[in-house]
Design a protein around this ligand. Structure first.
Ligand code: ASN
Ligand code: ZN
Ligand code: CA
Length: 326
């Protein structure tokens, strides 16, 4: 079908036809469904359906527009994991999850729940637009992936790594999708305007740009909110991908400093994301902390590229750049 999204332009959406009715069920992606909560805060909601295969009109005032964005985010995330990592669905079993949009009234958040194997989106309030952008969808869906793989406990350092995993792989999804209206960046939530001044929710080149996130590890970071203790890992991913210093990517300017003042030479985001994905799915456990993330990513880099490789050295240097040492 055709999705007229709010954030990603006109896109093709997976749908199914039953009799004369079209449903927002993506048969090609594990029957992922997109449901309407119609301002409720409970229940599974009602599957989006209608007489035609056109979803939304690009404006938040149209009930189907949030559905088009959420469905697009879910399919882009599905495609990234399938095409890049050979993983079919969150559990790798070919089965889709589902999305719920229009959660509550003026709700300014989105979330994943293991209990329903589903993700949920608020409509925003004031300046904050619906929380259905591609990176937010990929962030929430990646919480599902973490829940069935490393199972990183959502507090302390493992909680920061859990959050960073969602940001890192959301950025990877955005770059991979390469949507003309929402090209890849190292920002999270740049389309939502959650702060009302055009700034994103999080920055990966220098996480402290948000005024709250930490750029580097320190011994007390485990007591910081997981959305801010994610900073060093997000910063690590940026450094590993792009290297330190000033750089413009897809028209967005970054300037990434290092904790040790030493330069880092990036290896490109595809290799960086592969290292993180493999560490998440084969090395990290529920209690992995920053030191363990360093060990796990180095082990993966060694397996993929060898311990004498530029990639291995870049992983060492990027961790040193966020004060996670040997
Ligand atoms: N959007 C938030 C997140 O995914 C919701 C939460 O705090 N769990 O992290
Ligand atoms: Zn999260
Ligand atoms: Ca983004």
């Amino acid at each position: 079908g055709t999705g007229n999204t709010q954030y990603s332009g006109t896109v093709t959406l997976g749908s199914t036809k039953s009799g004369s009715t079209w449903n927002l069920t993506d048969a090609g992606r594990g029957n992922h469904r997109t449901n309407n909560l119609n301002r409720s805060t409970s229940g599974t909601g009602t599957l989006f359906s209608g007489p035609d295969d056109v979803w939304g009109n690009g404006l938040a005032s149209n009930t189907e527009t949030a559905a088009a964005d959420a469905a697009y985010g879910a399919q882009a995330t599905w495609d990234y994991y399938k095409d890049v990592h050979g993983r079919s669905g969150i559990r790798g079993d070919g089965v889709g999850a589902y999305s719920r949009v229009h959660y509550g009234n003026n709700y300014v958040n989105a979330f994943w729940q293991d209990s329903c194997f589903c993700m949920t989106y608020g409509d925003g309030a004031g300046n904050a637009k619906p929380l259905t952008s591609l990176d937010v969808a990929a962030h929430e869906m990646t919480h599902g992936l973490t829940s069935v793989t490393a199972k990183l406990v959502y507090s302390g350092e493992s909680g920061g790594l859990n959050e960073a995993t969602s940001d890192i792989l959301a950025a990877a999804v955005e770059f991979h999708e390469n949507n003309a209206a929402d090209k890849g960046d190292y920002l999270i939530g740049e389309k939502i305007d959650i702060n009302g001044n055009g700034t994103p929710l999080r920055y990966m080149d220098k996480p402290s740009r948000d005024g709250k996130s930490k750029d580097s590890w320190y011994s007390g970071i485990g007591s910081v909110d997981v959305h801010y203790s994610s900073g060093p890992a997000n910063h690590f991913f940026y450094l590993l991908s792009e290297g330190s210093g000033a750089k413009t990517v897809n028209g967005v300017s970054y300037d990434s400093p290092t904790a040790d003042g030493l330069p880092v030479t990036g290896i490109g985001r595809d290799k960086a994301a592969l290292i993180w994905f493999k560490a998440l799915t084969t090395k990290f456990t529920s209690t992995t902390n920053y030191a363990g993330a360093r060990t796990g990513t180095l082990a993966v880099a060694g397996e993929l590229y060898g311990t004498s490789s530029a990639e291995y050295k870049a992983v060492q240097d990027a961790w040193a750049g966020v004060a996670v040492g040997a």
